[in-house]
Design a protein around this ligand. Structure first.
Ligand SMILES: [Ca+2]
Length: 521
């Protein structure tokens, strides 16, 4: 095997596949059934141009702000200094917080990359679009597809955690992104960095420029999914970034500034800057390598902090800062390195706070009180309705938008979250709900991949649940116990009943209308 393919994800995949192969009972029936799984592509056929069911709000006379949305990959809420980390130096992110608002109880809408990103861009939980698991590259070999399919079969027994996959290969055309909506509002739109909503090098319909972005620079896949090509707009610049990744943060930063340079002017702009960092594998450039007190992970975060500072400096130097809302967040909790924040339980891939809680800092001079704090719960599905409202466009009337406008929480005009309930999915399974200070779980997948032996939906899980492992449901009070250490379910049965009702009603609605279409009256 070539050195460049030995990323952590590759090793994990191989381990899972080897495990599956070792216990494979064989049989021509299964083999013929498995070959070809996932090779079909429902979106490959020619289609009519997309229509965007969004319109400007009549009478809107607000000043449309420029929008810079900075998304990190796997950055823990606790990593920036303003969230409490004492080891990694993040002066630029900290300045954003001292000049804007910092949210303590902000959540991604999934604990994994692709589902969190589709939630962020569409304002809808990932279950609606069907992107429920990190999307794989479209160029897998037949052998690889066969082994993955086999592994999923064994996953259903509880032997390995590959029982599920995304229901689609990329973002469906029917979904409306923030960029689509902002274009209707007259914005110039650009995306830089990691897309991860479909491998457009194999399926061009998943390209960001087919989903509302005027410009693109970056890669279709995550940085450990190789080969991962580098694109400018729809032109492939490199077939594979490989492990030559120490340049990525610098490249994304200079491209971000280039986008603003090209597009500042009469039209407002929307920049979605999705850094590849600090997702594994970790590479920092020479200026940052071995400089932090937190190993290579700290080096990478400090370089990204520098990038954030460069973008802000450009806005300030060009008189754009008062007209620009800057949003800084992450797509899910930290993975093997990183600080989940406070004493939050667990990490990426799980529904405990450590998997979902992410930083959110919003800076908008003159609109947001410098150094303010918001402790109300919100989730990244809220960006779509919030930014649409600020830009003067309505949300699509033909579908349910799960997010809410949180402008009031950002400015301090509202003291209460617009959400009665926030939901926590593991892949396609609803595991928990937060309402007020309470968080309630049916079950939590302990992501000790690839051996989720306690998963209640598997054969092994059913056998072991009551006897050895599980003790569900669980109820936590996040105000007194943010670490989710002490189960209060038996003490507060009436709260459990209320939370159970929230979950069962939600699941009933999803079952009846997963995609959330609203029929015309
Ligand atoms: Ca991620």
């Amino acid at each position: 095997m070539k050195e460049q393919l030995l990323t952590r994800r590759t090793v994990m995949k191989l381990g899972a596949m080897a495990g599956a192969a070792a216990v494979c009972p064989g049989g021509a029936g299964i083999v013929s059934d498995l070959i070809g799984m996932g090779t079909g592509n429902a979106y490959a056929a020619e289609k009519a141009p997309r229509t965007i069911p969004v319109s400007r709000i009549p009478g809107f006379n607000g000043k449309q702000p420029n929008i810079v949305l900075i998304l990190c990959d796997d950055l823990g809420q606790g990593d920036p200094g303003c969230y409490g980390d004492k080891t990694i130096r993040t002066p630029n992110i900290d300045s954003l917080a001292s000049e804007g608002v910092r949210f303590t109880d902000f959540y991604s809408s999934a604990s994994l990359c692709s589902p969190s990103r589709v939630g962020l861009l569409t304002g809808r939980y990932a279950i609606r679009s069907g992107i429920v698991f990190p999307l794989q590259s479209g160029g897998q070999s037949t052998t690889s597809k066969f082994m993955q399919s086999l592994a999923r079969r064994f996953g259903k027994l509880g032997a390995i955690d590959m029982s599920v996959k995304s229901m689609v290969d990329g973002i469906p055309d029917e979904e409306v992104t923030i960029a689509d909506a902002l274009k209707v509002a007259g914005y110039r739109t650009g995306m830089i960095g990691k897309w991860h909503l479909g491998d457009f090098s194999h399926d061009p319909q998943y390209h960001p420029m087919k989903h509302g972005f005027d410009e693109f620079f970056g890669t279709p896949m995550t940085n450990d999914e190789l080969p991962n090509p580098l694109y400018r707009n729809e032109i492939m610049l490199e077939k594979d970034i490989g492990l030559n990744q120490a340049r990525l943060t610098g490249l994304s930063t200079s491209e971000a500034i280039g986008f603003i340079e090209r597009n500042k002017g009469s039209q407002p702009f929307f920049l979605y800057l999705a850094y590849h960092a600090p997702h594994l594998p970790l590479y920092a450039s020479e200026n940052f390598k071995d400089k932090s007190g937190a190993g290579i992970y700290g080096d990478v975060v400090e370089e990204m902090d520098w990038g954030v500072g460069e973008v802000i400096r450009y806005l300030k130097d060009n008189g754009l800062e008062d007209d620009t809302i800057v949003i800084f967040t992450s797509d899910n909790g930290p993975w093997y390195n990183g600080n989940p924040g406070e004493d939050f339980r667990r990490r990426k891939g799980e529904s405990y706070e450590g998997g979902f809680r992410v930083p959110l800092i919003v800076r908008w001079p003159g609109k947001i009180v410098p150094g303010s704090l918001c402790t109300e719960p919100a989730q990244n599905i809220d960006f779509f309705p919030t930014l649409s409202a600020l830009a003067g466009v309505g949300t699509p009337p033909d579908r349910i938008i799960d997010g809410k406008d949180i402008t009031g929480l950002m400015t301090g005009e509202s003291k209460k979250s617009p959400h009665d309930a926030l939901y926590f999915y593991h892949v396609e399974q609803l595991e928990g709900v937060r309402s007020g200070d309470w968080k309630y779980f049916h079950y939590v997948n302990h992501y000790t991949w690839p051996q989720p032996l306690d998963k209640p939906t598997t054969t092994f899980g059913k056998m072991s649940q009551d006897k050895f492992l599980g003790n569900w449901p669980n109820l936590y009070n996040l105000k007194t116990d943010p670490g989710e250490n002490y189960d209060l379910a038996s003490r507060y049965p009436e709260v459990c009943t209320k939370m159970e009702k929230l979950m069962s009603n939600w699941e009933k609605d999803i079952k009846a209308n997963r995609k959330g279409w609203i029929k015309k009256q």
